[in-house]
Design a protein around this ligand. Structure first.
Ligand code: 5GP
Length: 147
């Protein structure tokens, strides 16, 4: 996928937005959706996406939608740090296959980092559904408590 490949409405995140595919949702508002990565690189790996932008990457997303995504990224990074107490946190966003992008609906990764733990392989091992459910519940409760 090049940086200028047209948006494919059948991509997996578009299916999740439409409700055609499941996700472990942790946050949603009118413009933004956040859910757990199915192939997490660390415990708590979360993805944040715009709901109303048919945009592949940072080049074609409209600025207002991107700003709304980033506001939620900051909010959820705080929630994740408060709840999971990592030692660090990476916020990442990839554009085009050569840069590591594998799903072509723009998204931002929140990847908590724990001292002494390496980063899991990108988009590789599938998480245990029971673990994801527990994590989803913890983060949803923390969001509800923090308002
Ligand atoms: P990218 O490589 O495009 O920056 O990130 C795409 C991310 O989406 C990867 O971290 C990958 O693990 C994740 N992913 C791929 N397919 C699915 C899926 O069906 N559901 C969820 N929740 N995450 C997915």
């Amino acid at each position: 996928m090049s940086l200028t490949t047209p948006y494919d409405p059948q991509n997996i995140f578009a299916q999740i937005i439409r409700g055609d595919a499941p996700c472990y949702k942790i946050y949603e508002d009118d413009n933004v959706l956040a859910f757990l990565d199915l192939f997490p690189q660390s415990f708590g790996h979360t993805l944040v996406i715009p709901k109303r932008s048919a945009a592949c990457n940072i080049l074609d997303v409209d600025t207002e939608a991107l700003a709304k995504v980033m506001a939620v990224v900051q909010k959820l990074t705080r929630v994740i740090v408060d709840e999971l107490q990592p030692d660090g946190v990476q916020v990442a966003q990839f554009n085009g296959a050569p840069a590591g992008q594998t799903v072509f609906h723009i998204h931002v990764h929140i990847v908590p980092r724990y001292s002494g733990e390496g980063l899991g392989i990108h988009a590789a091992g599938k998480a245990d559904p029971a673990e994801l459910e527990k994590l989803q519940a913890r983060l949803q409760q923390r969001i509800a408590a923090q308002g």
